[in-house]
Design a protein. Structure first.
Length: 401
C-alpha cells in the first residue's frame, strides 16, 4: 500500500458527516462508497434520456426533459471511466488473468443473461418488437454485438455497453502490467495520449471519416477506460493533483450542458471526459480523507448497488409499457410525471429483485469454489470491487460498477 493511502487511512473522518467513509480492514484497499453513489447518478441520466426518447412529455415538459436529459447518453461514458478507475484501484498484483476474468464474468453475466432472456421473450410476443436472428441473439449472448453496427441495438439495447466492457476486461491485464511499470510522468503522458485519442476520434467521427458511427465501437471507447485507470494509478501513488469534489462536479456539469453544442454521438465524449476524469478521483480522495460527500449517503450508496440491474432492466420496462401508453404520447406535465414515476418505480423494484435474486446469489455461487480453496501464500485482504466481486471478507460500503 502506498504512503498516501496509509496516510488517508489514518485521517479521521470529518465530524458531523452522517455518511463518513467506511474503510476496509487493515491491509486492505480502502473502499470508496462515493463512487458507488455516483454510479446511481449516471444510471439516472440514462433513464431520463430514455424517458425523453419515448416522448412521455409534450410542450414545456418535453423541452425541459430535452434540456435536462438530452445529454444523458454521456452517463455511459462515465461508466467507462469509472470502470477503469475501480479495476485499477482494486487490482490484485499477484492475481492470475483467468481468475480476474472469472470474477468479471460472475459480476456481469448473470444479470445480462436474465435480461437477455426477458428481451428475447418480449421480442417474440410483443407486436411492435423486431424478432432477432439467431446470429444476433448469439452475438448478444457472447457480448460481441457492439463490434457490428447493425446488431448493437438488438434485444436489450443497453447491453451494447457490456460488449465494450468485455473488451476492456480482456485488455486490462496488459494495461495493468504497463501501468505498474510506468512512473508518474509515464502515467501522466499516457493519460494525455488517451485524451488526445478521444479528441481525434471525435473530430474524425464528426467529419464522417468512417463509414459508420464509432459511438458503440468498443475499441473507440477504450481511451475512456484507460483514462480512468491512469487516474486511479496516480491516486494510488499519492500524486493526484486534481481539483476537489465540488470543483470537479461543477466542471462535469458544465461539460454535460455543453454536449448539445457538438455533433450528436461520439463527439459528446469530448465535452464530458475532462469533468468525469476529475470527478471520479476527487470523490475517491474525499472518501480517503473523510471529507464531506453527498454521494456517500447510505441510501445513495444502496441505490448505486442497484444501478447495474436498474440500467439493464429499465429500457425493457419502457418498451413493455409502450403498447399501453402509445408511441410518444406527449402527456402534459402532471400526467407525464405520473407515468414516469410509475415506470421508475417498476424499474427500481425489478432492479432490486435482480440484485437480490440473481446478481448476488449467482456471484456467490460462481465464485464459491475459489473462495473456499486455501491460498498458496498469504494475500492482503482486498476490498470488494466496484465491480461487485466478493472478497474473502465482507467490507462495508463496497464500490460497485
Amino acid at each position: 500500500m502506498t504512503t498516501a493511502t496509509t496516510r488517508a487511512l489514518r485521517t479521521p473522518p470529518a465530524r458531523g458527516d452522517a455518511a463518513t467513509a467506511r474503510l476496509s480492514p487493515p491491509g486492505a484497499v480502502p473502499s470508496l462508497p462515493s463512487l458507488t453513489g455516483l454510479r446511481w447518478a449516471a444510471a439516472l441520466l440514462v433513464f431520463g434520456l430514455h424517458v425523453h426518447n419515448f416522448g412521455y412529455f409534450g410542450g414545456t415538459g418535453g423541452r425541459l426533459m430535452s434540456w435536462g436529459f438530452g445529454s444523458g447518453a454521456t452517463g455511459v461514458s462515465f461508466f467507462f471511466v469509472l470502470s477503469g478507475f475501480v479495476l485499477t484501484w482494486s487490482a490484485r498484483p499477484r492475481d492470475r488473468v483467468l481468475a480476474f476474468w472469472r470474477r468479471r464474468a460472475a459480476r456481469i453475466y448473470p444479470v445480462h443473461l436474465v435480461t437477455l432472456a426477458v428481451a428475447f421473450v418480449m421480442a417474440c410476443t410483443l407486436t411492435h418488437q423486431g424478432r432477432p436472428t439467431v446470429k444476433q441473439a448469439l452475438a448478444n449472448a457472447l457480448l460481441l454485438h457492439s463490434w457490428w453496427r447493425p446488431w448493437w441495438q438488438t434485444l436489450n439495447p443497453v447491453s451494447w455497453s457490456l460488449a465494450c466492457e468485455a473488451f476492456f476486461y480482456a485488455a486490462f491485464p496488459l494495461l495493468f502490467l504497463v501501468l505498474r511499470r510506468l512512473g508518474v510522468r509515464g502515467s501522466t503522458a499516457l493519460g494525455g495520449l488517451a485524451v488526445a485519442a478521444v479528441v481525434v476520434l471525435a473530430w474524425a467521427d464528426a467529419h464522417h471519416w468512417w463509414t459508420r458511427s464509432i459511438y458503440s465501437f468498443p475499441a473507440a471507447r477504450l481511451p475512456e477506460f484507460v483514462l480512468g485507470a491512469i487516474a486511479a494509478r496516480l491516486v494510488l501513488l499519492g500524486r493526484w493533483r486534481g481539483p476537489g469534489l465540488e470543483a470537479s462536479l461543477a466542471l462535469a456539469i458544465i461539460g454535460y450542458f455543453l454536449v448539445p453544442q457538438v455533433t450528436p454521438g461520439y463527439s459528446a465524449t469530448v465535452c464530458t471526459i475532462a469533468g468525469f476524469a476529475l470527478l471520479i478521483p476527487a470523490a475517491a480522495v474525499a472518501d480517503l480523507r473523510g471529507l464531506p460527500s453527498l454521494w456517500r449517503h447510505r441510501r445513495t450508496v444502496r441505490l448505486g448497488e442497484l444501478s447495474f440491474a436498474f440500467y439493464m432492466i429499465h429500457l425493457l420496462v419502457l418498451r413493455a409499457a409502450a403498447p399501453l401508453l402509445g408511441a410518444r404520447p406527449h402527456y402534459g406535465a402532471v400526467a407525464g410525471l405520473a407515468v414516469t414515476a410509475a415506470v421508475f418505480t417498476v424499474s427500481l423494484a425489478l432492479s432490486w429483485a435482480l440484485y437480490e435474486g440473481v446478481e448476488r446469489p449467482a456471484r456467490r455461487l460462481l465464485l464459491r469454489s475459489r473462495s473456499r480453496r486455501p491460498a498458496a501464500r498469504p494475500q492482503p485482504v482486498p476490498a470488494p470491487q466496484s465491480e461487485g466481486v466478493p472478497a474473502r471478507r465482507e467490507v462495508p460500503a463496497p464500490v460497485r460498477d
